[in-house]
Write a protein that binds this ligand. Structure first.
Ligand SMILES: *[C@@H]1O[C@H](CO)[C@@H](O)[C@H](O)[C@H]1NC(C)=O
Ligand SMILES: *[C@@H]1O[C@H](CO)[C@@H](O)[C@H](O)[C@H]1NC(C)=O
Ligand SMILES: *[C@@H]1O[C@H](CO)[C@@H](O)[C@H](O)[C@H]1NC(C)=O
Length: 513
């Protein structure tokens, strides 16, 4: 009896479970059907279901028509090198929205030039009046009177020549800021110096860190520490005491440290700032990374090939490489490639860094080669790439971790060949690849090199679309993210954030970047 009851109970509960399941299924299918009908659209995630998306889209359109779409002429130029970033950009503040319009190809001469001059909005930069020993004093310039800056209308302090020049980015940017204040300043400026730090988009720290490293990293016999170390310590003390630094925790500061060994000590304390670097090879990812920081080109040491009338057939060397030998880190590829390529007759592959007397030879070599190798050394980047661009020698880049300047607006695949290290080390792979590139493909890349070379030129006065302007524009594109970080960091320090006196952020690298 008890057994029978149990089994009938079992049947009953199984039946009711089945019923319940059927009812739920039917209701589920019905509700699905109603959702589809109500949208009147087979794609059930329709904009109608997201009322906010309309608002968002409208405000985006409104925003961009006010200062970009409306003002931009129909695309008559050849923008193919520049990636169209209009789609990806969120609405931004006036000061920087127009950076994307500033770089465009001019169909007349094929180079990239700035447009929209009359209503161009520029990056506002506050520059600390650091004592001269941090900048032009390192160039043996002597201050006159109270001024910490040279009078650039009369004489520009010279930068030492030779290989020091490749990291001279700090010098050109500082000169450009000083020049932006001259009464006859040209419109080329993507950045202007402002004197009220509250009105600035970014706070520039004019420390010539690469020069300081190159000249003063050896401790002199009378002191324990090198001048390079002492100046960095002093810089950290100076910055962290400024109201601008306290206000932001350093997030809106901009520091140039182009030589991979420059700012070696201070970088660990100044990391919230945006750095201008050659690469990230010697930085922990939480101290410097591609989201936060700006990659700047080296200043090339090989002379530009002006009025280049060469072509595929008139450049006898197929592949050119001249560089130091490295046994460290990524550098082993150089050695391996040397053994793979040393017996090829139209390949120039030689070790030895390009020293003063070598520059002439290397110039001749690169100017008469079709392709120029750029292999990772002890850091992922090297000056070789920019020498190749100036020589209109198509760069072949073998450096898996390389970061390239302004890659958010420049498509390097149009004038560079990229090869993974592991492929390059396969027998015959590299030469087969390069020999397979036909004359017309090479000529197309050579043409592009001539169009983009100006993006990598440092000069004073700076000209539209040159490296100085491109770096400022790259900084301008970081400003929205910097503001975002800054605002987020203030969420829980409301009472303090209101006053300039008090905000003490104690950020830690891993929290924010
Ligand atoms: C743009 O570049 C492409 C390829 O380089 C070329 O075919 C085209 O004619 C160019 N257009 C203009 C307007 O210069
Ligand atoms: C600096 O700019 C802020 C914000 O625009 C303004 O409130 C302040 O008065 C300015 N300071 C000076 C000294 O002009
Ligand atoms: C390049 O060409 C221009 C115009 O044809 C000429 O003025 C200039 O002197 C040339 N430069 C060199 C270095 O040959």
């Amino acid at each position: 009896m008890a057994e029978k009851n149990a089994s009938s109970l079992g049947i009953f509960s199984r039946n009711s479970l089945f019923c319940l399941f059927t009812i739920i299924s039917v209701m589920f299918i019905l509700s699905w059907f109603f959702v589809l009908r109500s949208t009147g659209h087979p794609h059930y995630i329709d904009h109608n279901l997201l009322p906010n998306s309309k608002l968002l889209a409208t405000s985006e359109n409104g925003d961009s028509t006010t200062h970009s779409q409306k003002d931009v002429e129909p695309s008559t130029g050849n923008r193919s090198i520049l990636v169209d970033i209009e789609e990806e950009e969120a609405p931004q503040e006036n000061a920087i929205t127009q950076s994307k319009d500033e770089v465009k190809c001019n169909p007349n001469n094929g180079v990239l030039v700035a447009q929209e001059k009359e209503n161009k909005v520029v990056l506002k930069v506050f520059m600390y009046d650091l004592p001269p020993k941090f900048h032009f004093g390192l160039l043996d310039w002597k201050a006159q009177g109270d001024s910490v800056w040279p009078d650039i209308r009369s004489k520009i302090p010279d930068y030492p020549g030779g290989l020091n020049l490749q990291h001279s980015i700090e010098y050109w940017l500082t000169l450009d800021l000083l020049a932006s204040q001259l009464p006859d300043a040209q419109n080329a400026h993507s950045a202007i110096r402002v004197y009220n730090s509250s009105e600035a988009d970014i706070i520039f720290v004019p420390f010539f860190s690469s020069l300081c490293y190159n000249r003063y990293s050896k401790a002199d016999p009378h002191h324990k520490k090198s001048r390079n170390k002492l100046l960095q310590e002093e810089l950290v003390r100076f910055l962290t005491a400024q109201k601008e630094w306290k206000r932001s925790g350093g997030y809106d500061h901009l520091i140039v440290a182009h030589h991979p060994n420059s700012l070696l000590d201070a970088r660990m304390k100044l990391w919230p700032a945006t750095f201008i670097l050659a690469d990230f090879g010697r930085y922990p990812p939480n101290i410097a990374n591609v989201e936060k920081d700006v990659i700047a080109p080296y200043k090339h040491v090989i002379r530009s090939k002006v009025n280049d009338s060469s072509d595929f057939d008139s450049r006898p060397t197929l592949l050119y490489f001249q560089g130091a030998i490295y046994r460290k880190a990524g550098g082993f590829v150089r050695q391996e490639l040397f053994y793979l390529l040393k017996d090829e007759k139209d390949v120039h592959f030689a070790f030895g860094s390009v020293q003063k007397d070598g520059i002439k030879k290397a110039t001749r070599g690169m100017h008469s080669s079709k392709f120029c190798l750029n292999i990772a050394g002890d850091t992922p980047s090297s000056n070789r790439l920019f020498d190749a661009i100036a020589s209109h020698c198509v760069p072949v880049i073998i450096s898996d971790d390389i970061e390239l300047p302004y890659e958010d607006v420049v498509d390097y695949s149009q004038f560079c060949i990229f090869v993974r290290s592991r492929d390059a080390l396969k027998e015959k792979f590299l030469l087969n690849l390069i020999r397979s590139i036909r004359k017309d493909d090479w000529t197309r890349m050579w043409q592009k090199l001539k169009e983009v070379e100006n993006l990598y030129e440092f000069q004073y006065p700076s000209k539209e679309g040159d490296a100085v302007q491109m770096i400022w524009q790259a900084v301008a594109r970081k400003v929205p993210a910097i503001r975002m970080k800054l605002h987020k960091s203030r969420r829980f320090s409301r009472s303090l954030a209101r006053s300039d006196r008090g905000l003490r952020l104690i950020p830690s690298p891993s929290n924010f970047w």
